[in-house]
Design a binder for this molecule. Structure first.
Ligand code: PLP
Length: 362
């Protein structure tokens, strides 16, 4: 997410705002916008993965992300005028219109739009926007050094972590900045009771002998789509059941492996916590295997998981041959690439997709 070029300067980028695809520099909000003052918005983060074999960008588990957005909006009193399927279609259309034939990130945002002074959630107008940008790694996937944060995770009765509320990310920002300024790569946050909750933007798994353990939903975590993916892949492909249970801080220090998971972070092994090596101090075998599986699944290389992949440019087939080679070469060519794609954003799109987008206008 280091792509900091101001949208207003990017004349070649198309965004979706309140029912229309428009040039990014025309998508403006007023300085008094409620969500800007008070953090009253909900968002999602989805990744698109480019597959060189099928010449296709697949958005990963778009339905699950939009089901969560609907849940977040219900909690935040935000009216979302699009169905899950319409949101999936708008996302694919956006990737297509921006010509994102590369790994990318899709950011939908539903927010309180009134330009008023006054803290509340009710009797306000809601707007919706979505943009898509190229994106490489968010954090290192070759071994993170983490610190347990002095900032505690927001509680469900303060700002519910299960909803992806923009204002709640101040909590994550405190933790992340503290971690980076203390020389770590990422923060691990505890609940007010001192139990392990999650990273600043990732869920957490511990490998304890033959067990895979992760905090339950009641530990003030965002119920991650990647978390669910890892639970399913571990069960189906590795015969490992994940146990959801309360985890103490010092269990981190004795774990055989620790893995952070998230759409941005992907599968990020942790090799050190609070200056203590985790396991061997190197990326462990469970993390490596999950990384390998995940890299194939997200790129549509595993037919049995294709219903998790939304093709944006119309591909129908999967690519299973030379999968390892394709993943490896794609990753090495892409790592660290966060610059804009340079396409003009006016890619011709299919009629049916356009129909959905037009029908979605509010
Ligand atoms: C606080 C927090 N926890 C966990 C996650 C992981 O969620 P997901 O796997 O759905 O991206 C994220 C990322 O969006 C996050 O911001």
């Amino acid at each position: 997410m280091s792509n900091t070029a101001a949208l207003s300067q990017r004349t070649d980028m198309v965004v979706f705002l309140n029912g229309e695809f428009i040039p990014a520099h025309q998508a403006q909000v007023g300085v008094m916008t409620h969500a800007l003052s008070y953090g009253t918005g909900c968002f999602e983060g989805l990744r698109g993965y480019w597959n060189t074999q099928t010449q296709e960008t697949y958005i990963f588990r778009a339905r699950e992300h939009y089901e969560r957005l609907h849940r977040s909006c219900r909690i935040m009193n935000i009216a979302l005028p699009y169905s899950v399927q319409e949101l999936v279609d708008i996302s694919a259309e956006l990737v297509r219109r921006n010509g994102l034939r590369e790994n990318c990130y899709v950011r939908p945002f539903a927010y309180k739009a009134d330009e008023i002074i006054g803290v509340k959630l009710h009797e306000l107008h809601d707007h919706f926007t979505m943009y898509a940008v190229p994106m490489g790694d968010y954090v290192s996937t070759t071994g993170l050094r983490c610190g347990v944060s002095s900032w505690r995770r927001v509680d469900d009765n303060m700002i519910p972590a299960r909803a992806k509320i923009s204002g709640a990310y101040v909590n994550s920002a405190f933790a992340k900045t503290e971690a980076l300024q203390n020389g770590f790569d990422e923060a691990i946050m505890l609940t007010a009771e001192g139990h392990v909750s999650e990273g600043s933007a990732e869920n957490i798994f511990l490998v304890l002998g033959s067990e895979l353990v992760t905090p339950p939903p009641s530990e003030n975590i965002l119920l991650g789509v990647t978390r669910d993916t890892v639970i399913q892949l571990a069960r189906r492909e590795m015969d490992r059941i994940t146990r959801e249970r309360v985890i103490d801080r010092t269990e981190l220090y004795g774990a055989d492996e620790i893995i952070l998971t998230g759409t941005g972070a992907q599968i990020a092994p942790v090799v050190e916590v609070d200056h203590r090596p985790i396991g061997s101090g190197k990326v462990g075998p469970v993390a490596s295997e999950i990384q390998r599986l995940y890299a194939e699944v997200v790129r549509g290389m595993r037919p049995e998981y294709m219903d998790w992949c939304t093709p944006c440019f119309g591909a129908t087939s999967t690519a299973t041959r030379d999968a390892d080679h394709a993943v490896a070469s794609e990753q090495s060519s892409h790592n660290g690439h966060t610059g804009h794609n340079g396409h003009n954003g006016h890619v011709k799109s299919s009629g049916s997709r356009n129909k959905v987008a037009r029908a979605s206008k509010s």
